[in-house]
Write a protein that binds this ligand. Structure first.
Ligand SMILES: C[S@@+](CC[C@H](N)C(=O)[O-])C[C@H]1O[C@@H](n2cnc3c(N)ncnc32)[C@H](O)[C@@H]1O
Length: 300
């Protein structure tokens, strides 16, 4: 994985990464995968018209979005989207979009739901990312956001033992590795509200993410315990899932066919063959559609 500064803010670029093989497949994270699915099912509406999966990666969680008529997988990595497409297929229900979350290529108000799981911890400018997401959503849309929680039990213990130089109680995000941030729940709550959402529910997730526990207790048992704690546990787990609702005024294009817009200038795009061309005078950017993926990373 590399980091690019081609646009501001910088992006944690997973192009060509082995995220699935290196992080999930046979890597002892069955427990995390299970509890994330449980939290997602608790927070996401059962059905809807069009959902945006932000930072979808290789589509690990896309099968949880089955109640939606249309699913748009957005990710900055074309290679991960190609993996997603290889197993989810191209039946018209899923649309694959390579783009930067800070520069959404959709007409405002296009979605009635969105998810963003294990992604915002890569965002150097959280307010800008959340504003961009809010713009793609219609009023009333549900946005399920997961973030890495700096105020977790392990960090609190390490801090108490003076084995960690940052405080889990400081509301400011901590960047523990370049473009990898942990967030305080109070910080994220304020940021989400400031971007135009009402925070409806927050669940602590992955309480039992402890190496020794995961080795001796079967993943199914740990996941059942986690599921029991999620509804009432204090927010001291390493991961927090939140259900947020888009508030305020804004366009609602959910009932219309999905329309892309130019991520450079916001202008209308005209489709011709495998190219979408911006109609704005002075822009004219051309965007490719390759192997079933709309590519808005950089113009042709
Ligand atoms: C840790 S992976 C999580 C993938 C998936 N949500 C999951 O839970 O399996 C982070 C994903 O965020 C994507 N990502 C990071 N920065 C992005 C950005 N600025 N715009 C779009 N996607 C981004 C990466 O390409 C990567 O697929």
């Amino acid at each position: 994985m590399s980091t690019t500064q081609e646009s501001s803010p910088p992006i944690c670029d997973y192009e060509g990464s082995g995220y699935r093989q290196d992080f999930w497949q046979g890597r002892g994270r069955d427990y995390e995968d299970r509890v994330e699915r449980i939290a997602l099912r608790r927070l996401l509406p059962r059905s809807g018209r069009r959902i945006l999966e932000i930072g979808a990666g290789f589509g690990r969680l896309t099968d949880e979005l089955g109640g939606f008529e249309q699913v748009v997988l957005l990710d900055y990595s074309r290679t991960l989207l190609a993996e997603a497409r290889a197993h989810l297929g191209d039946d018209g229900r899923c649309t694959y979009v390579a783009a930067d979350v800070y520069r959404m290529p959709f007409q405002p108000g296009s979605f009635d739901a969105a998810t963003m799981i294990r992604v915002i911890h890569h965002m150097a400018d959280v307010p800008a990312a959340l504003r961009s997401i809010r713009g793609a959503l219609a009023p009333g849309a549900v946005f399920v956001l997961e973030y890495a929680n700096k105020r977790n039990l392990k960090a609190m213990l390490r801090h108490a033992l003076r084995r960690q130089d940052w405080s889990p109680y400081d509301p400011q995000p901590v960047e523990f590795v370049r473009l990898n941030f942990d967030f305080h729940p109070a910080y994220m709550q304020r940021a989400v509200q400031a971007a135009g959402f009402r925070v409806e529910r927050r669940l602590p997730v992955s309480y039992f993410r402890v190496g020794v526990l995961k080795r001796i207790v079967p993943a199914g048992v740990l996941a059942a315990l986690d599921a029991a704690v999620q509804p009432w546990g204090p927010l001291y787990a390493p991961s927090v899932f939140t259900r947020n609702v888009a508030v305020g005024e804004g366009p609602d294009a959910v009932g219309e066919p999905l329309r892309f817009r130019c991520p450079s200038c916001g202008g209308d795009l005209l489709a011709g063959g495998d190219v979408l061309t911006c109609q704005t005078a002075g822009c004219g950017a051309r965007w490719a559609v390759r192997d079933g993926i709309y590519d808005f990373k950089e113009p042709l």
